[in-house]
Design a protein around this ligand. Structure first.
Ligand code: G6P
Length: 607
């Protein structure tokens, strides 16, 4: 939800800023801009649309002078994605420029006050109040001006600020929006995400809420609102630049689908020792677990669907009731949560605003919190009592793939680990662990055995709507499969619990209506089969996802997607892979911008 970058050093800032913005483009891509300081003046260049437009306008940054600057790529919240509303925003006197990720909730009141005081506004954004407040409070001391300004703001913000009075100096502030400093040699940076930093430096500092930073080419100082210096540790990023590049694939999404065997392995392998699952990072022990009366899983988007898929293994193995709740609903639901509740929070980015709010709400009610997160040091990880990292590596495509599969895998691991702790795993333990360890190989098999997907995409890409049906874990995967399809191909796709068809949805079935039927649950296969027969009798074309030797389904379906034979308890992680590929190739047939679907953003840091 918007990306910000800042650079100060010896080289020309604009090309560095543009390069950083390209890496952050997944966070928002409806307009972009940069501001650089040169000869006591700030020049601001903006363009609506993709970063490519800004590159074109600035000759890839070569036409903009100055060795310090800030940049922004936008996902519009307040005001349309026009050039006027694009950041950076400039103060009326031209001395200050600001970039902002987040939302200023009290901006209307501040705006009215500033207008009364004679400031004029050039945009409809909430952000613009910040730069005018800074101008109003500046009396030769930026730290003081920033402290006074942020004191007036409610909401979330990661800010980057420059001031003509202080050439070569950047200011950054964090409150409930991610912000990371990159520490170089003779140059320093800030960015919303490490992906924008790793090509320059692997040494980073994660700012915490309420922290301010002042950067020059040779120094980085962090301080609080009173100006008191804070000592922070430098973290070394372990992954390299290639991990955040396409590596020969046409899209990040395809690369990330193909990376899933490795990503799932990275989630599992470090946590298996001597035939047992070991979570060194967890502080939940047998005693705490025995006191847990229910588990609530909360998240947004695909992370929520990962929870829906993983809950079956948790319930089956641990015999603890599991509820799944959308974070945006949970936070306002006056939830029945107490100290006997384990709240499992799932988030790839660890920065999703609704997820964080739901987590805070449940923590306040006494819940113990366990986070499943991909981004190290993110807000969710910091808030949680325990964190299990998924180690999927950077995920750039807006539509998550390896993020989802590693989240479900982490839930499977926890299910078996908790069951073991509770003394419930019994003799099945070794077999189940083996099945988990085989998941990376099974994903690769699922990729290899579905070579027909590009051809199927040619058949189905013009459909008006796609219905996904399944029962139990198949239904949970259908939800994610339908979401993948709609978010990148813009086809109307909906998932239904197969047993619910006859309570309404079957009225929509007509000749040649594609129905994607997930049939990977042997104990209810016959039930799903009868739903397939029902929709076929009304003219539907059925694309079934099942095991290769499942003859009954093979006989009824018009087209097929396959998964290898495996333990159905863990099959969600495998079933989703052909559906990801189907969504990818359908979107490709439709000429969609696969990595950056319209209206979406990867990290939704606003409500
Ligand atoms: C956005 C992304 C989804 C993601 C969801 C939750 O909608 O496009 O792919 O599942 O946010 O994000 P999180 O980072 O919390 O997993």
């Amino acid at each position: 939800m918007c990306g910000i970058v800042g650079f100060t050093g010896e080289q020309n800032a604009a090309p560095v800023l543009l390069d950083g913005l390209k890496k952050l483009e997944y966070r928002g891509y409806d307009s972009a801009g940069i501001a650089c300081m040169y000869n006591g003046e700030i020049s601001v260049i903006k363009a609506s649309g993709r970063i490519a437009n800004l590159c074109e306008r600035t000759d890839d940054g070569r036409s903009v002078q100055g060795q310090a600057g800030i940049g922004h790529t936008r996902w519009a919240t307040h005001g349309a994605p026009t050039e006027e509303n694009a950041h950076p925003h400039l103060s009326n006197d031209g001395r200050f420029a600001v970039v902002h990720n987040g939302i200023i909730e009290n901006y209307l009141t501040l705006r009215e006050e500033l207008i009364r005081d004679g400031y004029h506004f050039d945009s409809e954004t909430d952000t613009e109040v910040i730069v005018h407040l800074i101008e109003m409070y500046y009396r030769g001391d930026m730290r003081e001006a920033l402290a006074k300004t942020t004191n007036r703001l409610s909401g979330s913000y990661a800010l980057g600020v420059i001031c003509t009075e202080e050439p070569g100096r950047l200011y950054a502030v964090r409150e409930a929006s991610p912000l990371i400093l990159g520490i170089g040699i003779g140059e320093n940076f800030f960015a919303s995400d490490v992906t924008a930093l790793v090509s320059h430096t692997r040494n980073v500092i994660y700012l915490d809420d309420g922290e301010f930073a002042e950067l020059t080419p040779d120094s980085v100082q962090i301080f609080d609102i009173t100006g008191r210096t804070i000592d922070k540790k430098i973290t070394r990023i372990s992954w390299n630049v290639q991990a955040a590049e396409k590596g020969g694939f046409e899209h990040f999404m395809l690369k990330e689908i193909m990376e899933q065997p490795g990503a799932v392995k990275a989630t599992i392998a470090p946590r298996v020792r001597d035939g047992r699952i070991v979570f060194d990072e967890l502080t939940i022990d047998r005693e705490i677990l025995s006191g847990i009366r229910k588990i609530v899983i909360t998240a947004c988007g695909s992370a929520y669907y990962a929870g829906c898929a993983g809950r079956y293994a948790l319930e089956r193995l641990c015999r603890i009731p599991v509820e799944t709740e959308l974070a945006s609903e949970l936070r306002y639901s006056d939830p029945l949560i107490d100290a006997h509740t384990l709240l499992i929070v799932i988030s790839q980015s660890g920065e999703t605003a609704d997820t964080i709010a739901a987590m805070k709400e449940c923590k306040a009610r006494g819940a113990r919190t366990l986070a499943i997160v991909n981004v190290v040091g993110s807000s969710v990880a910091k808030l949680a009592d325990d964190t299990v990292y998924t180690w999927a590596g950077p995920e750039i495509a807006v539509a998550t793939t390896k993020g989802y599969t590693t989240q479900v895998t982490a839930l499977y691991m926890l299910a078996l680990y908790f069951a073991d702790q509770l003394g419930l795993a019994g003799d099945a333990y070794a077999e189940l662990l083996k099945a988990l360890q085989q998941l990376p190989r099974r994903i690769q098999q699922a990729i290899d055995m579905n070579a027909s997907i590009p051809a199927l995409a040619k058949k189905y890409h013009k459909s008006k709507a796609l219905f996904f049906i399944g029962r139990n874990t198949d239904y949970a995967v259908a939800l994610e499969g339908a979401l993948k399809m709609k978010e990148i191909s813009y086809l109307h796709s909906e998932a239904y619990a197969a047993g619910e068809l006859k309570h309404g949805t079957i009225a929509l079935i007509e000749d040649h209506q594609p129905v994607i039927a997930l049939c990977c649950n042997p104990h209810i296969m016959e039930k799903t089969l009868s739903n397939i027969v029902e929709v076929k009798a009304r003219g539907a074309e059925v694309l079934a996802l099942t095991f290769r030797n499942n003859h009954k389904i093979l006989a009824e379906a018009d087209d097929l997607l396959f998964i290898p034979d495996m333990d159905p308890l863990f099959s969600a992680v495998i079933e989703i892979v052909p559906l990801q590929l189907l969504a990818y190739y359908v979107a490709k047939e439709n000429g969609c911008d696969i990595d950056k679907p319209k209206n979406l953003a990867k990290s939704v840091t606003v409500e």
